[in-house]
Design a protein around this ligand. Structure first.
Ligand SMILES: [Zn+2]
Length: 315
């Protein structure tokens, strides 16, 4: 029996797990990333943590057949990282080679959202499908495209960056420096931005009462919660967000034509109140043939999607 290590490298924390070949997590732990200590320190610490987990599980290190890592940045050929979002590390570092030197174990990497997409497709909401798109609706919008057993990472690692698909000409300014990106409208940040701007004009709503007039307390989740209770102001915002979600998803459907769309991340937890609007509006943007048998599902693996998907990179 062989085992695999799955590593989900995040800005603050890194989640590390030991898994079997079926994606079952035998044991996992979360450690501080400490990227400021440098790439070599970080990789050594990850390997030491893997060894501790193996020890606790009483598994010999010889039966670890691979290390898979999800990385916050564009990954080229599952080995090199173009640049690290938020880390003070060099560009174009071959992390795979470095980790293999430290551990003696085959190591492969992918972008962190691509790894979530792989996890959900193989072991979660996309199980049994061979063509999926996973959209992670969080602070930004990330995407992972999986076609016939392969993730589409692209020539320079930017494949699947659907959050920066343009939905408006000269639209809202995005963190990427361009305007009108999908994520400025339908991410948690986008929801907050739209809500704050509307609250300047309209304070007669249950959301404003809920946050007791303190705009600093506002979270995207509150908007969906108050909408579920029937607040008209929040229902209008949900309608606005679902329109952009339908437009963004529709564009992707027309290009990729997947069997299933998996929505992950915090905004996806809004559930039916958001999804009903998306499903109703989708026929306006997606070609009929792309939605005939389409399934739209909410991600099932939560925070485990990353290490599950990462572990599958070396299987
Ligand atoms: Zn952008």
């Amino acid at each position: 029996m062989y085992y695999f290590a799955g590593v989900d490298v995040g800005g603050t924390n890194t989640k590390i797990g030991i898994l079997n070949g079926e994606g079952d997590i035998l044991k996992s732990v979360s450690i501080k990333t400490e990227s400021i200590m440098g790439v070599d320190y970080t990789l050594n610490k990850i390997w030491e943590t893997i060894l501790v987990l193996l020890d606790e599980l009483d598994i010999d290190r010889d039966v670890i057949k691979g290390i898979g890592m999800g990385i916050p940045g564009p990954v080229i050929e599952q080995k090199k990282v173009g640049f690290f979002a938020n880390f003070p590390w060099e560009q174009n570092v071959n992390i795979s080679e470095k980790m293999e030197k430290i551990s003696g174990v085959k190591t492969r990497l992918e972008n962190d959202v691509n790894v979530i997409a792989l996890g959900e497709t193989l072991y979660g909401a996309g199980k049994g499908f061979s063509k999926s798109i996973t959209i992670a609706l969080g602070t930004g919008i990330g995407g992972g495209i999986f076609i016939d057993g392969k993730l589409i990472s692209g020539a320079t690692g930017a494949g699947g960056e659907i959050g920066h698909m343009k939905l408006e000409k000269d639209g809202k300014l995005c963190g990427c420096g361009q305007k009108g990106c999908f994520e400025t409208y339908a991410s948690a940040t986008g929801v907050m931005r739209e809500t704050l701007s509307r609250l300047q004009m309209n304070k007669d709503n249950s959301l404003y009462k809920f946050i007791e007039g303190d705009l600093n307390r506002l979270e995207a989740k509150h908007v969906f919660d108050e909408a579920k209770k029937g607040d008209k102001f929040c229902l209008d915002i949900v309608d606005y967000v679902s329109e952009y979600l339908a437009l963004g998803i529709g564009n992707v459907l027309n290009i990729i034509n997947p069997e299933v769309v998996i929505l992950a991340g915090g905004v996806a937890l809004a559930g039916d109140i958001l999804m009903e609007g998306v499903k109703e509006k989708l026929p306006r943007y997606a070609l009929g043939i792309t939605i005939e048998n389409l399934e739209i599902k909410i991600g099932e693996l939560g925070n485990d999607a990353g290490i599950k998907g990462a572990s599958a990179l070396t299987i």
